[in-house]
Design a protein around this ligand. Structure first.
Ligand SMILES: CSC[C@@H](O)[C@@H](O)C(=O)COP(=O)(O)O
Length: 343
């Protein structure tokens, strides 16, 4: 089993009834904390990617909801404002529903619930990390995409949590972090987290994955998820689908790591997942410097959908789903509920 301690990296802090977010737009070279004092502030921070990553967005929204209760705000409007911040990561809606179904406007109770959501996410990641690491062979070489670490969650991480746990078990020989255009979560955030933990890793541009795989330099692709539907289809950062196709073509294994809060059993397939379209400027420029010709159009879907048949295993805190399908997803949820998990 892996050491049960979350990474030292932390992106969300609740202190003295105030919410502080580590500004992920300017990491790793600057570490600036932004204070949110209302739900509106919090929604803007989520929309503008001060905080990002599906579980981290959910935790932040829960704190934003609690902040507004402390101010005596209108909780129906609060729910609406926070829910409108980003469309794809279902953890956002899951956390808001959980806060609203408490059925109270008592600020202390809502703060306590938000803290519980935060703490439960850390525990889920540690359990998921162990489950995922248990199927990693000795000397495994892992390719990962986007940032799925402590910055994207309450702590430890989803896919990066599995990698951390497998590293702590002494199983990992090499990690490849894909840079993840256009927002460069891999280059800026995952590389930073891997460096903090002294994990042997290299950064590669997204287009290098196919050649690495062709050369037999990686064994597993491990990614996170923003929404998983009842049949096991997975929405995750744009570029995930192509990695899944490549992995299958090259006889590699493909794992998705996600907590139960990332499943949306109300949707029967990935075709129904709303995919966020982000500004063209994220593609046509880098850090405010125009790269493409002025006014050249761009298309910027932030997520894609990987069909379940390309996924070998989904790691959750409640165990592994091998060969995800409607039946295997339902079986895991039935087991989780029987164990008394909030699923
Ligand atoms: C925490 S892991 C799952 C995902 O949230 C992650 O892979 C991802 O796609 C994040 O997208 P982002 O646009 O940075 O919020």
């Amino acid at each position: 089993m892996s050491a049960q301690s979350p990474s030292r990296v932390n992106a969300i802090e609740w202190r003295n009834n105030r919410l502080y977010l580590l500004d992920q737009r300017i990491l790793p070279h600057e570490q600036v904390w932004i204070e949110c004092t209302s739900a509106a502030d919090t929604a803007i921070a989520i929309r503008d990617m001060v905080v990002r990553g599906a579980p981290a967005i959910g935790i932040t929204a829960a704190y934003g909801y609690a902040l507004e209760a402390l101010r005596g705000g209108d909780m129906t409007e609060t729910f609406r404002v926070l829910a409108a911040s980003r469309p794809t990561a279902v953890n956002l809606f899951w956390a808001l529903e959980r806060m609203a179904t408490l059925g109270t406007t008592d600020a202390a109770s809502l703060v306590a619930e938000a803290i519980r959501i935060h703490e439960e996410d850390i525990a889920a990641n540690l359990a998921m990390g162990n489950h995922g690491a248990s199927v990693m062979p000795e000397g495994v070489r892992i390719y990962t995409h986007c940032n799925t670490g402590a910055l994207a969650t309450g702590g430890h991480g989803t896919a990066l949590g599995v990698i951390r746990s497998a590293w702590n078990d002494g199983k990992v020989e090499q990690v490849y972090a894909g840079e993840t255009r256009p927002w460069l979560q891999g280059a800026r955030l995952t590389a930073w987290e891997l460096q903090q933990d002294n994990i042997t890793a290299s950064l590669v541009c997204d287009g290098a994955a196919a050649q690495l795989f062709r050369q037999g330099k990686a064994d597993w692709v491990i990614v996170g998820a923003d929404r998983i539907t009842a049949n096991g289809d997975v929405a995750n950062k744009i570029g995930t689908y192509s990695l899944a196709v490549l992995a299958r073509h090259h006889g590699m294994k493909f794992m998705v790591a996600a907590p139960l809060s990332t499943f949306d059993l109300s949707l029967s397939s990935g075709d129904q997942i709303p995919i966020e379209q982000r500004p063209m400027s994220e593609v046509t420029s880098i850090k405010g410097i125009q790269i493409a010709p002025h006014e050249f159009p761009a298309i910027n879907p932030s997520f894609d959908v990987t069909p379940a048949e390309l996924i070998d295993v989904i790691a959750t805190e409640a165990g592994l789903i091998h060969n995800p399908s409607k039946e295997t997803v339902a079986a895991l949820f039935a087991r989780a509920r029987a164990e008394g998990r909030q699923a």
